[in-house]
Write a protein that binds this ligand. Sequence first.
Ligand SMILES: Nc1ncnc2c1ncn2[C@@H]1O[C@H](COP(=O)(O)OP(=O)(O)O)[C@@H](O)[C@H]1O
Ligand SMILES: [Mg+2]
Length: 588
Amino acid sequence: MSARRIDPKVRAVYGRLWKYVLPHRLVGFVAVVAMAISAVVEATMVWMVEPLMDEALVSHNLESTRWLPVAFIGVFIIRGISGFATEASLGWIGRSVISDLRREVFRKYLTLPAGFLDSRSKGPMLSKMTYNVEMVAESVTNVVTILIRELLTVVAAIGVMLIQSTRLFVFVAVLFPVIAVLIRILGNAFRRYSSRIQDTVGDVTQVSEEVLSGNRVVKVFGGYDYETERLEEADERNRRQNMKLVRSRSFGVAITQVVFGFGVAGVIYFAGIESLNGDLSPGSFMSFFGAMMLMLQPLRRITNVNATLQRGIAAGDSLFQVLDQPDEINEGTYRSENIAGRVEFEKVCFSYGDETRPVLNDVSFVVEKGESIAIVGHSGSGKSTLVNLLPRFYDVTAGRILLDGVNVEEYELSNLRFAISLVSQDVILFNDTIANNIAYGQLRSCSRAALLQAAEAAHIMDFVNEMPDGLETIVGDRGVLLSGGQRQRIAIGRALLKDAPVLILDEATSSLDTKSERRIQDALGVLMRDRTTLVIAHRLSTVENADHIIVLDSGSIVERGTHKDLVEQDGHYAQLYRMQFSEDASPT
Ligand SMILES: Nc1ncnc2c1ncn2[C@@H]1O[C@H](COP(=O)(O)OP(=O)(O)O)[C@@H](O)[C@H]1O
Ligand SMILES: [Mg+2]
């Protein structure tokens, strides 16, 4: 089990894990001392078998063995205390490492770029917070226990064996290389499996998460069999991988025991000869034998240290991969406390990830402070993408976006985003009260009066007044306890409260029926007043009053102007408008 054979990756991951253990070194010291005491105490117990046998039981020399019962009591008390101290201190370190890692991963999740998060399955990312951190901590504490307590126990046991019979020990020592070779062979067998186990747990989480949040679709479209199959597949993969691990681990244990059995037979045979020669007393033999048995369990765990280590490495490696992901790029230093809100897109091109297909192509426009621009186009034409570039959820591939004449990439990120309000198509609410969902994040510190005013203006009070808990009503996971329109009104209230100079409305009223939409139209009107607004609306009525309109088609601006201009032009916009108009007029 030499450290020299451990490959560099193992060392790198463990090296990093140590940084999480290091702050707890004082507790670690207690653990080490307690483990050392445990090892010595165990050995003392088997050593005391010799006087017990030879003096008390064989020679009946009761005078000189009166201390024995007392000594046994003492030994057991010390054993209890050191055992407790070991478990408690290691547990403490383990739980602390779990907390530290979990919090660090969570902080990372908060700052990862939107692009990274969009492209990942959430299941594996969730299981990192739960499964992986537990695995890592378990592995660390287990490896530490094995390397310290078990090794010390083995050393102490060897000490007892040497005291009792050097020649018998030499015989036993022949067993060790055999066991060591087995450890190595089996250790290599584990390495392949542990990484795949991590992934399959993530798959199980993923399917379960989807079933829970998409339970309506599952119910209506009868997805029971499909989902059950998916889960069983993922679970089966997980079970198989784990069984491979269990098999090879228990195989390792069995092999070690069998080897040990042969060793025991040999020792008994050899001890018989020694005893005949008068070189070995019964007490010495029993004590020797006890020491050998004492080694069995620690040796077994040492045999498995590689598996334990590998599990930790796999879990830790996938954690560190996430922790090593670059954060959102935030290299800008420009800060302005007074952003006016002039927005300019300058020959902006954009494509997602490594895709070469451009989603936006040479988009240029200017919106003066306080003006509004409507972005119109078929679904998939790039409207949401365009507005997402302004708060830098994604960065442009070419061209520039300027806010008050300064490139958005030069702004300090939080300063930039502080100037932007967003109401999007799919409103995300947090499982909290309506009030806290309106006054979310930096808005927490707002006054009650401001909150009520915003709630009033966004027509939130219309439905809140009917609820028993009013604004203190809990909205449920993602706001499931509210209707789509109610959720959108809360999002509009949130934007009103933020009172930022730039406003993005990405189909902000798509979940409202025409009647409710008309009612909150004035709320939107209030919201848009004196604010630079980028509005994407699925109903063109919202668009008519915009100062500018651009029409996107496959990521390029194909028309621009005011509503009146564009209707007269009788092009894309006029066609969209006619379609929309007839849709609105039809009795739905
Ligand atoms: N996160 C993403 N990763 C890759 N492609 C995306 C992503 N989001 C949108 N797209 C693609 O970009 C194009 C424009 O999408 P989007 O801006 O959402 O259109 P719109 O809002 O006009 O309906 C679509 O073809 C869509 O498939
Ligand atoms: Mg969209």
